[in-house]
Design a protein around this ligand. Structure first.
Ligand SMILES: Nc1ncnc2c1ncn2[C@@H]1O[C@H](COP(=O)(O)OP(=O)(O)O)[C@@H](O)[C@H]1O
Ligand SMILES: [Mg+2]
Length: 259
């Protein structure tokens, strides 16, 4: 009698399809390859933290995943679907959303208007847009209070919450966050991390680029460390070697390891 095989009903289905898989991704600006053969996976309900000093290629990696930068080589696979050749909008429809570096919100539009921009690529009926707005106000009460104020009236930390909430309006399965705490008080990262924890519980796959190494690693499942566009370390965040490599990378640039 033959052994039972995976998939024949005797065993559970093979491991979950990763929400995001990046395979040997290479991208650049002219002759400068800012992303070199980068590979990683993010499972549903997990957090990958991407670390690396300024210019390491973190933002470029996220831009190549979202499609703002063209992949020269490699693949981006979203929920099992190869989206490498797809434009940004199609990737959003397929479940990808990104909070770009520097809180790209519209300062002269209201909070509500900014949130609705997050749904534009989906062309939702008005009732669905409104129900997503309500759900967002329940998740982020401070945005409910300020819904009719222009975004420039919010503090930096509140603007970051707005940028994240806007990215969530498309109900993504994979969320990319590019340095959400940059230029803000360290407490902002605490609130970002709390939001990330809830999103993970809901099954979202999250990729977080951060400079605050220890804090960003505390909640992470896996860590990827970039240098010169390449991954120099990739593995579980609980692995002491990850923190060691991270500290070395940062210590070579800064007088003190970031908290
Ligand atoms: N628009 C651009 N044009 C040319 N080179 C760029 C551009 N943006 C970034 N770079 C270069 O690409 C490399 C990676 O940058 P980036 O991805 O922004 O790094 P990080 O986000 O890790 O700070 C750096 O050498 C940077 O100077
Ligand atoms: Mg960057």
């Amino acid at each position: 009698m033959s052994e039972p095989q995976v998939g024949d009903g005797a065993f559970p289905a093979p491991a979950l399809v990763p929400a995001l898989r990046v395979e040997s991704l290479t991208a650049g600006y002219g002759d400068l390859m800012a992303v070199r053969q980068v590979s990683f996976e993010v499972a549903p309900g997990s957090l990958l933290t991407v670390l690396g000093r300024n210019g390491a290629g973190k933002t470029s990696t996220l831009l190549a995943i979202t499609g703002f930068m063209r992949a020269r080589e490699g693949r981006v696979v979203l929920l099992g679907e190869d989206v490498t050749a797809q434009p940004v909008q199609k990737r959003i429809l397929a479940g990808l959303s990104c909070v770009q570096e520097g809180r790209r919100i519209f300062r002269k539009l209201t909070v509500a208007e900014n949130l609705l921009i997050g749904t534009v690529p989906l062309r939702l009926p008005r009732s669905e847009r409104n129900s997503r707005l309500q759900a967002t106000y329940e998740r982020f009460p401070l945005l409910a209070d300020k819904r009719n104020e222009t975004a420039d009236r919010l503090s930096g930390g509140q603007q970051q919450v707005l940028a994240i909430a806007q990215a969530l309006m498309s109900s993504p399965k994979v969320l990319l966050l590019d340095e959400p705490s940059a230029g803000l008080a360290p407490a902002v990262l605490d609130s970002v991390m709390e939001t990330v924890r809830h999103l993970k519980d809901e099954g979202l796959a999250v990729v977080l680029v951060e400079q605050l190494v220890t804090r960003a690693m505390r909640e992470a499942d896996n860590v990827a460390i970039l240098e010169g566009g390449r991954i120099v370390h990739y593995g579980p965040a609980s692995d002491a070697a990850a923190l060691q490599v991270a500290r070395e990378v940062y210590l070579s640039e800064r007088p003190q390891a970031p908290v």
